[in-house]
Design a protein around this ligand. Structure first.
Ligand code: DAH
Length: 339
């Protein structure tokens, strides 16, 4: 009999009930008139007189334990019922504070999406680069000032390992590996040795586009630029190209758009010219193609590069560039609805 009591005592802890029916079944099995306890009580009569004391005590303990377990299970049910009873299904939801995308991510994504629609795919490259990919392959003269430590962060000057100063380095990396046609958009972070102020930072972001194929012309570049400007800034946007110089493009140009704040009438933002500068671009220099093993007689192409912070400023009028990297939630929350 002691064995039976012990076995039952062990089982008590594990007892569970998922519904009122299950709880009632437990009660019947253990605590009812025909239950285990009653049956033990009946058998108790036959226990030898000298054992009665010990067995009786154990039996009582088991009975109490069972009763307690039953009560706790029942209480849990009653509480749950009380809670569900108070549930107001018509109450408005607790306001849920959603996270936000960083404004630079929003703009980067939008730029990439526009180029994706034209068939450009995303390409990325390392931020720690070498002189070849950032400068030499891109036709920079050996004495170009960008190669100076005053402009560029060097990691190992003697090994010519440095932090990339522009995303044009990804152009070279892709052209070295892939045979044309090439159509890529390369977003990423770049570094320059600049004093930090409201309009300059030692790191910022760029997006670079490259298109290489047979018969790519300046007209293709212009059309791509126009499409991009209208998609990004709105259908009324006008563009203008001014001649410029970059070592890796020939001819080179800079693109302005009609000021999106005053609509081209002239305001302090566009310095009363009606135009704001957006990006650099041009036809890929034959030397660059040859440096990457692409036959410049067979293939031509265009490239363009823009600053993502600048694009974000034009869209959101952020006056201080430092805001983008300070992680101030009061600033970041303002972009909740931007995407
Ligand atoms: N890499 C240039 C810069 O950092 C931007 C640029 C200009 C990229 C002209 C281009 C381009 O691809 O064709 O200022």
């Amino acid at each position: 009999m002691i064995d039976r009591i012990n076995r039952l005592t062990e089982q008590v802890e594990a007892l569970k009930a998922a519904s009122h029916e299950e709880l009632e079944a437990l009660r019947i099995k253990y605590l009812s008139k025909k239950g285990e306890i009653s049956s033990l009580m009946n058998d108790f009569r036959n226990v030898a007189a000298e054992d009665k004391r010990e067995v009786g005590q154990r039996l009582n303990e088991l009975k109490n334990k069972l009763q307690e377990k039953f009560n706790t299970l029942k209480e849990a049910f009653d509480n749950r019922e009380a809670q569900v009873g108070n549930l107001d299904l018509t109450r408005t939801a607790y306001p849920y504070q959603a996270g936000t995308r960083h404004p630079l991510s929003i703009v980067k994504k939008e730029i990439c999406n526009i180029f994706n629609r034209l068939g450009f795919s995303i390409a990325e490259g390392p931020e720690i680069e070498d002189d070849w990919h950032v400068f030499s392959s891109l036709n920079f003269a050996p004495d170009h000032p960008a190669r100076d430590m005053q402009d560029t962060f060097f990691i190992a000057h003697d090994l010519e390992i440095l932090l990339r100063t522009h995303t044009s380095s990804v152009q070279t990396r892709v052209m070295e590996k892939q045979t044309p046609p090439i159509r890529i958009i390369c977003p990423g972070r770049v570094y320059r040795n600049e004093a930090i102020s409201y309009r300059a930072h030692c790191f910022f972001h760029q997006a670079e586009a490259l298109y290489i194929d047979k018969n790519v012309s300046f007209a293709d570049l212009r059309q791509t630029l126009m499409f991009f400007a209208r998609e990004f800034f709105g259908a009324d946007t006008k563009i203008r190209l001014r001649p410029s110089f970059f070592p890796f493009t020939e001819p080179s140009a800079e693109m302005d758009i009609s000021c999106n704040l005053c609509g081209g009438k002239g305001c302090p933002f566009c310095k009363h010219t009606g135009w704001v500068e957006i990006l650099g671009c041009g036809m890929v220099h034959p030397n660059v193609l040859e440096n990457c093993g692409i036959d410049s007689k067979e293939y031509t192409g265009f490239a363009l590069g823009m600053g993502i912070e600048r694009m974000a400023n034009l869209k959101f009028q952020v006056k201080d560039l430092r805001m983008f990297s300070e992680n101030d939630v009061r600033f970041l929350r303002q972009f909740e609805s931007a995407y």
